[in-house]
Every structure is written in C-alpha cells, then in structure tokens.
Design a protein around this ligand. Structure first.
Ligand code: NAD
Length: 251
C-alpha cells in the first residue's frame, strides 16, 4: 500500500519557497518524496532551501513572464513535468505602507496586485498545459483570511487575496473533465514569518487579537494542510478555500 500523502515520484514547484511559509512547504513536500523546485526572486534563499531539501533552485520574479517561462522550462528539463504547483509568493504591502485606501498611491495598489494576483496567474498558465496533457495536477494557492474579511489598512492585500480565493474557484471549474486536477486555496491568519516586518506592530496586534486560539500560527502548520491538498489523497476537494486561522474564520 502507498504511504498516505506520499509524493514519491512527483515534481513540485513552490513559489516564494526561499523563506517563511514557502520554505516550510518545500521541506514538507520534499520529506514526502517530491522533487521540489524552489522558486524565489532571492537567489541565495532559493539555493539555501533547495540544498537543504535536495531540490532545484529556481531564481526569478513571478511577475516577469520571461522569468516564469525560463524557470518552468528549467524544472521540466531537470526534473520532469510539474505535478504540483504551490503559489505561495506574496507581499503584504509596498514598503510597509499599511495605510487607509485614501492615503495610498496607485503604485501601492499595483505592486501588491501584480505579485499576489498577476504573478500567480502567470505561474498557473505556465503549468496548466502540461497538467492537462498529463491529466494530473494539484495547484494550491496561498490566500489569506484577509481575503475573506477585508483587513482595515490592508485593502490591496485583502482584495488581492479575495481574488486568489475566487480565481481558485473559477480555475477548478474550468478544469473539470481535463483529468485528475484539483485546485484549492488556503487562508491562513497571522503566521510567524518575515512578512510581518512589512506591517506595523499595531497592525499585527490587531490581527492577532482576532484569533480565538490567541497565538500566531507556525509555517509548519500551514505546510501540513498544503501537503494534503498537494497529494493524491486530495481527490474530491476542488475549488475550495480551507482555513488555517486558529478559529478566526467564520465562513
Ligand atoms: N505570514 C502570514 O501571516 C500570512 C498570513 C496569511 C497569508 N500569508 C501568505 O503566505 C504567503 C507566504 O508568506 P510568508 O509570510 O512566508 O512571506 P515571506 O515574506 O516570509 O516570504 C515570501 C517569499 O516570497 C518571495 N517573493 C516575493 N515576491 C516574489 C516575486 N515577485 N517572485 C518570486 N518570489 C517572490 C520572497 O523573496 C520570499 O522568499 C504569502 O502569499 C502571504 O500573503 C501569510
């Protein structure tokens, strides 16, 4: 019998895999047997994590089509067609500007939407023809509880994550009849990673106060949920947003 949640023989790419939640996901998927492509704009981080998990460092910016194209042909060439894509790379704000919407400039909005939404779409477009040809794939998108509730002073981030939740639903339905391909998202509340440096202490405390379990989550806890969604064992769940919010989510 195959081990539960085994990823033996699978090729997985994790965007933003160089630190934080992405790093924990890389470590978890590799431990389950996957060959992991660690896609990050920081070459040092991608290499550090790839070395640690016996994976492939993939250096590039998910918002640049030429980088995305190069990186995905690199992983296919080195490891084979991609079975699992985890769209994890994301930012909370531009230059720590957690401000009400009337104080934001267009660049603040576009910076966040470009990475959190457009970059994610570009990565999906890069892997989908291969997944459809193979009739197999798992895509896991990292959204946020902010995408369900709309955090004050985080309008671009909240809107971008609502977009991630909804495009997950659209894509899952578009893939019906194309084989065993599931697309899901997860919505974490505050997780202890360097992304919190992009927000004021006041903003982080506000978010923390809304978590019934009364603590921040850990990257490994998110990775455990992503692991299930990235595996064969997840076969009758698609288009969903699963919460990992210490009880904060109410729907
Ligand atoms: N930490 C939290 O509290 C929290 C809560 C909910 C959702 N999330 C989401 O989880 C994901 C990971 O967050 P984290 O806290 O680990 O963040 P992080 O800032 O610690 O790490 C993000 C990684 O993504 C990489 N990255 C950023 N922009 C990129 C780009 N354009 N191209 C390639 N790589 C890029 C960075 O270099 C970094 O290694 C994000 O999508 C974030 O929105 C985080």
């Amino acid at each position: 019998m195959t081990a539960q949640f085994s990823l033996a023989g699978k090729v997985a790419v994790v965007t933003g895999g160089g630190q934080g939640i992405g790093e924990a996901i890389c470590r978890r998927l590799a431990a389950a047997g996957a060959k992991v492509g660690v896609f990050d704009m920081s070459a040092d981080s991608a290499k550090r994590v790839a070395d640690a998990v016996g994976g492939v460092p993939l250096v590039g910016d998910i918002t640049k089509e030429a980088d995305v194209e190069r990186v995905f042909s690199e992983i296919v060439h080195k490891a084979g067609p991609v079975d699992v894509l985890v769209n994890n790379a994301g930012v909370a704000s531009r230059k720590g500007r957690d401000l009400p919407i009337w104080e934001l400039v267009r660049e603040d909005w576009e910076f966040v939407m470009n990475i959190n939404v457009t970059g994610l779409v570009l990565c999906c477009k890069a892997v989908l023809p291969g997944m459809i040809a193979k009739g197999y794939g798992r895509i896991v998108n990292i959204a946020s509880i902010a995408g369900k509730e709309g955090n004050p002073k985080m309008a671009p981030y909240s809107a971008s994550k609502a977009a991630v939740i909804c495009l997950t639903k659209s894509l899952a339905k578009e893939l019906v009849g194309k084989g065993d391909i599931c697309v899901n998202s997860v919505a974490p509340a505050v997780i202890q990673t360097p992304i919190l440096d992009q927000l004021s202490a006041e903003q982080v405390n506000m978010m923390l106060s809304k978590i019934p379990l009364g603590r921040t989550g850990k990257p490994d806890e998110v990775a455990a949920l992503v692991h299930f969604l990235a595996s064969n064992d997840c076969s009758f769940t698609t288009g969903q947003c699963l919460d990992i919010s210490g009880g904060r989510a109410t729907y």
